[in-house]
Design a protein around this ligand. Sequence first.
Ligand code: ADP
Ligand code: ZN
Ligand code: ZN
Length: 734
Amino acid sequence: MCKYAGVIVENESEQVDRIFTYEVPDKFKSSIKVGSKVKVPFGKGNRVIVAYVVELFDKLDKNIKNIKFIKYLNEGYPLLDNRDIELIKLMKRKYLCTYLDCIKCIVPSSVQKGMGAKMSKVISLKSPLEGKYVKEPYIIIYELVKEHNGSLSKSAISKKYNVSISSINTLIKHGFFVENEVVVNRFDQRIYKEYKEKVLNDDQRRVVDSIMNSNKTISLIHGITGSGKTEIYMHLVSIMMKKDMESIILVPEIALTPQMVERFKGRFGKDIAVFHSKLSDGERFDEWLRVKNNKVKLAVGARSAIFLPFSNLGLIVIDEEHEGSYKSESSPKYSAYEIAVMRSKIEGCKVILGSATPSIETYYNAKEGSINLLSIKNRVDGSYLPEVKIVDMREELLKNNRTIFSEELFKSIDNALNKKQQCILFLNRRGFSTFVSCRQCGYVFKCKNCDISLTYHNDSECLSCHYCGTKNIVPKSCPQCGSKYVKYFGIGTERVEKDVHKYFPKAKTIRMDFDTTRKKHSYEYMYESFKNHKADILIGTQMIAKGLDFPNVTLVGIIAADLSLNLPDFRASERTFQLITQVSGRAGRGKNKGKVVIQTYSPDSYSIKCAALNDYEGFYNREISIRKDMNYPPFLDMLCINMNSEYEDVLIKNIQKVGIYLKSFIESCDKIDMLGPCPCSISKIKNSFRWQIILKGQINLEYAKKIKNIVYELIKEDYNSIRVSMDINPINML
Ligand code: ADP
Ligand code: ZN
Ligand code: ZN
């Protein structure tokens, strides 16, 4: 029995971000657990608020006085277990966030809010009819109900078979039917077509054996698409299931397609949980509860599935590990990989990373030996990678070709269409023109709320901001000088589609980007149409770069490979390499050999060249030496302190104060560089001004924590009008 409880209160403020001690009243002593949700009187006014028990103990520290009692105990299952609490402590340290932030990650909001299972009253048969006298019409109802035994409610039966509620009541009265309360399942219970287990080939066997026998917890499978990685994951899941252990498989949100779900459910049956951001609160609750109640042995999901409360976890797989979407953009800015490593430390599970283009940091760790490195060089079906051509767009201009298609790409599209084969055209920018400006005075049309130029959308005939979504009417003249020479520059996917129609009028097209896939199921619909050859050319943004497998696609055209190369981010080359490799992988997945045409203004860039040669090692060697010379991760850490506010003057005053203080602070410590304070690359988003300071060096958690305390202390007076966010090695530098 425990006399005292340490609790975390549900209050967002940083000031109360610690563990408070309360006394447990006798009536709760037998049922209170670590992880229980309680209510406690808090603060001077003793307002009753929600709290979570994270410790139970008998002896009190002498210094603690005036202890209050816990007021209510939620008798249901504890929301957190001991392992979760350990995880919360690790996360808090690493992400410089509050306890409450961590709890919110681990327990879905629907569970926190105390949502329950959905209940409904249904009719079931009670006793067989034989030997009993029943009026004839009732017998026919009865026979029908048998079919749906225990699944329909009174009113559903009444509607379905056109009988009155009172007849049903009569049958209940005479003991033929009973009405029960049952849980309504809100998860997908469809039965899927069987997806048979494959006999592993030599490469796959070697990888599975190495993973199971290695004394390293983390393994990286570096294998091109089609090399059989997913089959390996499934095999590992089976091994775990035989040991009665559970697995989590993470895939990027946009790769969690119906095809993916079908494959897993077809192999392991319907009893696997699927967890992604499109689930309703109810569906999310049910999936979470199934995991909590040990009803499933496998969960497939996007980033947040990393927190699912399995009790005997044996395996975590992170597919496409290089994907930026595994890192959370809001506090705590966790990465699913880091959480996986924490869970493996606490729970002893294996962590498997898979990618055709591993992130530089991961590959570096694998080369250095802290991760078990496993490479697969061949595709399962022995098919070849496509032929790749790089086209220098500067030469096209010299040839007086001003269209968006180089001669090479034009001919290749024509050729594919003639052979009734399909093409994919990739451009990582939506809209029609991405830049509108005045020819006379140079005025650039920018968003009023954000420091970003507006994109012209032909479909909706407006200028739209891709950061805040604001739409503006198309200008007839320049607001600055009044001239009528307003010109549109830069191309987006809408423009590509229009030009395809112009030059290949017979070709049918599908465009897949944020604008065309907003409606529920539109993605699936487009996917199916293209798969069934209802269109010849698929045009799209990075949405089409991943996981799509269309055997009849023989040509992939990358309209402008340099787009991601010119971003002010030290990962720009890495992103470009990954994106080109992924998109190229869409060509030639069937019997016919594929071709890729890469259009670029920088044909000599090593990321484009290496991607064209499918040379990951070559790219890695160049990139890692640059990272070393420039002092970027993985050699040093970057602590990014980002501050934003609607009040530009307050923001600048405060960040300068922080800058001056930190400068003298780091001078006393060796080998940390400070960049800034300066405005971020995008200096305003949604009317909020953004400035940053970057510290570069060996930054450990203790040091980061110190910096955090300094920052908060310095801005104390203006705390209400400034938001601070701190991130170690952020994934996005804009
Ligand atoms: P990746 O995840 O690396 O892209 P997959 O696991 O999806 O590769 O495999 C590519 C294709 O090869 C899939 O259609 C899969 O069913 C098939 N496949 C994988 N392993 C085997 C095997 N051992 N025998 C036969 N087919 C296999
Ligand atoms: Zn002008
Ligand atoms: Zn905007």
